[in-house]
Ligand binder design. Structure first.
Ligand SMILES: [Zn+2]
Length: 377
């Protein structure tokens, strides 16, 4: 799973000392600056942070060391605004990146509300690292080639095939799932699922290696300290300067989910053995649930990361949720949200609708399944 963080803190946070110079922490590396913002890497934690567009003017100063007072005067001069307004912008920005641990000033102690917001936005997990690659982070990428017709046709075919496979799996799961015929064969489901998850992660790993992205570690994460889930850390893929490779790396897992579910569904329809049919249908159902989880826009899933890769906004979910929360709860908005473009705010609203639609589809599928299983027994 990629690890990219971004945060916003309430405006009433403790401020850095006004007349003492602040600078980036020594472990901070500025990876890229472009029109979507500044990509920052913390070598000590291996975390990436995406700062908004407006942060670009602060970066050169923070590489040298600067007083907040100086930044305020500069913002006031460049944007022709009152010093008090400039001071509020600078304070918010410095508080946010200080919270991320990017400044050479320690992050302030977190309040209960911050902890609660953070707890909602991040899944608690423990990691068992199996493979480690300590070589320096790289993402050489492949040389950019003009978008070929063959490439577009291949991508479209893969999408159609994945959708068809998911439909076959859904048909098998809703029509052929027979709990009584399954019996003790159900003990085969967890190892099959684990095998599938390994193939899924292997697809991310292969895509990373294809694009020359260093994979620092791979292993098993325990979500909520219990659910084992193989993972491949593909954070360094954020260093890729083009969107297509990032979309391919994130979407490869979704395609594997759909194809494997389709294989299980096809097997369920093809076999005459009632136990095998029930097992294949149950596996198709399980893999469809995995697929639903992997496209879940509410969790840091492959689907969410593909959205982020395609839109070029790397901290999309957290910022969208925070934006929607500030709208609903009418709390003060962060520096990022104040400076976000109209298009980005519309994307955040679109994300909220997508999340609701996702919940609706999952609820419908579960209801359909319950009805069909209830009807067949
Ligand atoms: Zn994945």
């Amino acid at each position: 799973m990629p690890r990219l963080y971004s945060t916003s803190v309430p405006a009433d946070d403790v401020q850095p000392a006004w007349d003492l110079p602040v600078a980036f922490a020594p472990s901070v590396e500025i990876v890229a600056q472009n029109k979507s913002g500044v990509l920052v890497y913390r070598r000590d934690t291996g975390r990436y942070f995406q700062l908004g567009r407006s942060s670009r003017m602060f970066v050169p100063h923070l590489q040298e060391g600067v007083t907040p007072h100086y930044l305020t005067r500069k913002v006031s001069r460049v944007f022709q605004v009152e010093e008090s307004a400039a001071a509020s912008t600078v304070t918010r920005f410095l508080s946010e990146i200080r919270e991320m641990g990017l400044l050479d000033v320690p992050a302030p102690a977190k309040g209960l509300r911050d902890k609660a917001v953070r707890g909602l936005a991040e899944i608690p997990m423990r990691r068992l690292v199996l493979v480690r690659d300590s070589s320096p982070p790289t993402a050489s990428g492949k040389p950019a080639t003009p978008r070929s017709r063959a490439g577009i046709v291949a991508a479209a075919l893969i999408c159609v095939l994945a959708i068809a496979a998911a439909c076959v799996a859904a048909a098998a799961a809703t029509r052929l799932l027979d709990v009584r015929a399954l019996g003790v064969a159900s003990i085969a489901i967890p190892p099959i699922l684990l095998l599938h998850l390994m193939v899924h992660e292997a697809s991310h790993w292969l895509a990373c290696r294809y694009y020359g992205v260093t994979v620092p570690e791979a292993g098993i994460a325990f979500w909520f300290w219990l659910l084992p889930r193989p993972y491949v850390d593909r954070s360094h893929a954020y260093r890729l300067d083009r969107r297509t490779p990032l979309v391919v790396i994130t979407a490869s897992g979704i395609v594997v989910d759909a194809l494997n579910a389709g294989i299980a569904g096809t097997l369920a329809f093809a076999t005459d053995d009632p136990t095998l049919r029930a097992l294949a249908a149950a596996v198709a159902y399980t893999l469809l649930m995995t697929l639903a989880n992997d496209v879940n826009p509410l969790l840091p899933s492959d689907g969410l990361h593909a959205i982020e890769a395609a839109t070029g906004h790397h901290s999309f979910r957290r910022r969208a949720i925070q934006y929607l929360l500030t709208l609903v709860l009418r709390t003060p908005s962060s520096h990022h949200h104040k400076t976000a473009s109209r298009r980005l705010r519309l994307l955040y609203l679109g994300y909220g609708l997508l999340a609701l639609a996702y919940l609706g589809v999952v609820a419908l599928f579960v209801a359909r399944l319950v009805a069909s299983v209830g009807g067949s027994t």
